[in-house]
Write a protein that binds this ligand. Structure first.
Ligand code: KG4
Ligand code: ZN
Length: 340
């Protein structure tokens, strides 16, 4: 039987809708909000307003692209949290109204679980999916976690950042270099032209499987500040090497802890997820370990790395199978621990 589910994602600054048929994505439409570039970061108030403008056209396009009628849908899945509250409310209110109007179940999705469960999308029958238990390094603009995944919905965070997320480290380094928000993809782009061995930045020394990126950001800031005093063109003359060097350090920090966790837990099924999993150096260093450590690595398609509704739709499908539906009283939550 074919089950069609509409996924809606609106947790931060991307409005997205996707239609899935069982595990196969039929459409995945994302509207980015350019407005935030002007401010060097996401402005929550502007994000919710842009979601209001985008949500209906985005859902309309997702249904058209999937070539299905709204009456063919079996359920509506939406991001309940974590994220910006005003942004979440737009997606959840729309999802509730739509499911009520169509008389079909509503399914809540946790954004971070969804980043991980994107690995279960099978656009082609031979797409490889991770075997349980696996470790997933979830790296985004808001989170950096090593998650032990024992089953689709049985996940334990075994390590995480105590301050900045990896994506924030990329974005802040980019901002120091005068690059527009979000700077992560630009650091990746310029790093390809630079030498990662030119500049050295201290790696944090954190216990267990935890991370910290705020010290790295500060040392990057101080380095640039000191060099600019000697040479006003320091950034222009060294941009590519600076990007390559900071990227190498961030990736090394991320991978080292993942390696320790994999070794100590005896797990060789390793996945990455979230916006930073689009980073070419991180992807490559995982592929290198396919050879050296004999890991089975799972690297998401680019479309499923940064925020997207395809990951909400697959999570919705996995919950639909278990008949895990949501009450209309469910409220959005900004943080995991503020969940009600
Ligand atoms: O998952 P995501 O879209 O949103 C959150 O849930 O936070 O992640 C966005 C983050 C941003 O910090 C962005 O700069 C980073 O992912 N990012 C990258 C790359 N593409 C996106 N960072 C490094 N290299 C990339 N290629
Ligand atoms: Zn995300």
């Amino acid at each position: 039987m074919s089950t069609f589910i509409l996924g809606i994602e609106s947790s931060c600054d991307d409005t997205s809708a996707a239609v899935i048929c069982n595990s196969k994505i039929l459409s995945n439409v994302v509207a980015n909000q350019a407005i935030h570039k002007k401010y060097g970061g996401v402005v929550p108030e502007l994000a919710s307003r842009a979601h209001q403008q985008n949500i209906i056209p985005v859902i309309d396009s997702a249904l058209k692209e999937a070539n299905i009628n709204k009456n063919q849908l079996h359920a509506i899945a939406f991001t309940r949290g974590p994220g910006l509250l005003g942004s979440l409310l737009v997606g959840s209110s729309f999802a509730k109204s739509f499911s009520l109007g169509l008389g079909i179940p509503l399914i809540e999705v946790d954004h971070l679980q969804a980043h991980i469960l994107a690995h279960f999308i099978q656009d082609n029958p031979d797409d490889k999916i991770p075997q349980f238990p696996f470790l997933c390094l979830t790296v985004s603009g808001g989170h950096t976690q090593i998650v032990l995944v024992k089953d689709h919905f049985e996940m334990t965070i075994i390590g995480q950042t105590i301050d900045d997320a990896a994506g924030e480290a990329f974005d802040k380094a980019a901002k120091i270099l005068g690059l527009p928000y979000p700077g992560g993809p630009l650091v990746d782009k310029y790093a390809k032209l630079g030498n990662p061995e030119i500049f050295h930045f201290p790696e944090p020394n954190m216990p267990d499987y935890d991370y910290s990126f705020s010290g790295l950001k500060t040392s990057f800031l101080y380095k640039i500040r000191d060099e600019l005093k000697l040479n006003a063109n320091f950034i222009e003359e060294n941009r590519d090497d600076l990007c390559a060097s900071i990227q190498k350090t961030i990736v090394q920090v991320l991978i080292k802890k993942l390696e320790i966790a994999a070794k100590e837990l005896g797990i060789s099924e390793i996945a990455i997820a979230g916006g930073v999993s689009a980073n070419s150096a991180l992807r490559q260093s995982l592929l290198d370990r396919l050879e050296t450590l004999r890991w089975n690595v799972y690297i998401p398609k680019f479309a499923y790395t940064t925020d997207n509704a395809a990951m909400i739709a697959i999570t919705g499908y996995l919950k639909y199978i278990k008949k895990e539906f949501t009450d209309f009283k469910a409220t959005s939550y900004a943080r995991k621990d503020s969940r009600v």
